[in-house]
Every structure is written in C-alpha cells, then in structure tokens.
Design a protein around this ligand. Structure first.
Ligand SMILES: [Zn+2]
Length: 252
C-alpha cells in the first residue's frame, strides 16, 4: 500500500458505519478523492477537527490497489474551518465554493491552480465582510482556471466584436452575445449594463491579490450575480445542491 503525503482541502464529510467518516477532499497531489477516517466519530479520535468541511490540512494517505477509497492515517490541521462553520453567511459562501468544485472537477485529476484558487477563496472568506461577494469573485476566477472563462470580448455565439445596444449574457453560450444571437438562445439571457460588463472584465483580468479591492453594488451586483449563478449551473451540468447546513455544521 503506497503512502501519499499531500495537502488537502476538505470538501465534505459523511458518517460511515458506526464510528467512521468518509471524507471527500481536494488533494493537491491527487485531485478530488475520497478517503475513510477510521474511528473519526469516537470521543478521542486522533483526527479531531482537522477533517471538518472547509479545513485545510496535511494528510498521510494509503492507497489500496483496486480501491478508489484511500485510508487516512494521519492529519495535521493547517487552517481550521471553525470560524466558517459558526456563521450562517460564511458557511453558505464556503459551501457554495466547495459544492462548485465538487460538481465541476473529475475524480483523481490534480490541478495545482484549482487547488490554489479554492485555498485562496476559503482563506479570503476568513477576512471577508461580504461573504457572498467573496464567493462571487471566487466563482469568476474558478471559471477562468477551469477553462470556462466567461466570454466578454466578442459575441460568444457568432464572434461579432461590435455590440449595438445593451449586451446580453447567455448562460448557455458562456458569455456576452449580440442582440440578434440573444433572440435565438434556448434559455433567457441576462440583460447586462455597461457597468456590469466592465466589472466582469476586471474580475476576470485582475490578479487574485488585488481582486479583493473590486466593488459592485446595486444593479451591477445583481446582474453579475444572476449571470454567474446561471452560467455556473450550466457548467456544473445540473442545479447545484442546496446547502445542507447540518452536513457542514455538525461536528460528529
Ligand atoms: Zn452574435
């Protein structure tokens, strides 16, 4: 049984058998995987809070031939998720981040940039005064690093570069479309003001370190939130599950 040492972000934790937990995680070296933490629900478990959702930790994992389930043998907590699970707004935004990563990533396909994006997203939530806005910026960045960057330079359907009138965002085409293409989209488009377009372009372009300085309020925020929410739903291939607060909040 080969041993793998890796940093990982805990996406989900489920009860298994009498005393164990099955952990879904995004591991830096292995991508999205599942592992079993034996005895994790016992009073004096050696795993403690390290395997709670949204926490960042270092793990020792054993891989068994022919079994996709890893055995978790040791965990060191690097960043506790306690704060994120104590506050409803923070938990909702953290759950949105991990649910999207869970939905759009294949199993066992490591992507260091995706790992870093999720890590930075969760860490920035710790400092955030506006969790849902932090989650919005995270989603735009995540779309970019996973090959789904929203198209904002030309019509995502016909390629035309000059827009007449207010642009429209098509969740199906994955970006802005011209008025004549908007009329032929199978799903209703989101009307986009010039302010929303400029915000989205900046959110795509800016480096993550300066992204937190961006602001959006009122109509711009509503339009961009609706467009990204609906586009992410298309990318994820299904409606994302509602946030199951108990599964993220209950410690054992
Ligand atoms: Zn067009």
């Amino acid at each position: 049984m080969p041993l793998v040492k890796t940093t990982a972000i805990i996406l989900r934790s489920r009860k298994w058998g009498d005393a164990d937990r099955i952990i879904t995680m995004y591991a830096k070296k292995l991508g999205k995987i599942r592992g079993v933490a034996r005895g994790a629900r016992r009073q004096k478990s050696r795993f403690g809070a390290a395997i709670e959702p949204f926490s960042i930790c270092r793990l020792n994992l054993f891989e068994k031939a022919g079994d996709s389930l890893f055995r978790i043998s040791h965990v060191d907590l690097m960043r506790s998720s306690h704060v994120l699970r104590e506050d409803l707004d923070l938990m909702t935004s953290a759950a949105r981040m991990v649910n999207i990563v869970t939905a759009i990533t294949p199993d066992g396909d490591p992507d260091p940039l995706l790992f870093e994006t999720l890590e930075q997203g969760l860490l920035s939530l710790h400092e955030s005064k506006d969790p849902s806005f932090t989650a919005l910026l995270f989603q735009i960045r995540l779309l970019g690093v996973t090959g789904f960057r929203p198209q904002t330079d030309h019509c995502a359907a016909c390629g035309k570069t000059h827009f007449v009138g207010e642009p429209q965002f098509s969740p199906i085409a994955g970006g802005l479309v011209c008025l004549s293409c908007a009329a032929h989209q199978r799903v209703r488009c989101v009307a986009f003001s010039r302010g929303s377009l400029s915000f989205l372009q900046q959110a795509i372009r800016l480096a993550p370190t300066v992204l937190t300085r961006l602001r959006a309020t009122g109509q711009v925020r509503n339009e961009v939130e609706e467009a990204i929410e609906r586009y992410v739903t298309v990318v994820a291939g299904k409606r994302l599950p509602p946030v199951d607060f108990l599964s993220f909040a209950s410690p054992r």
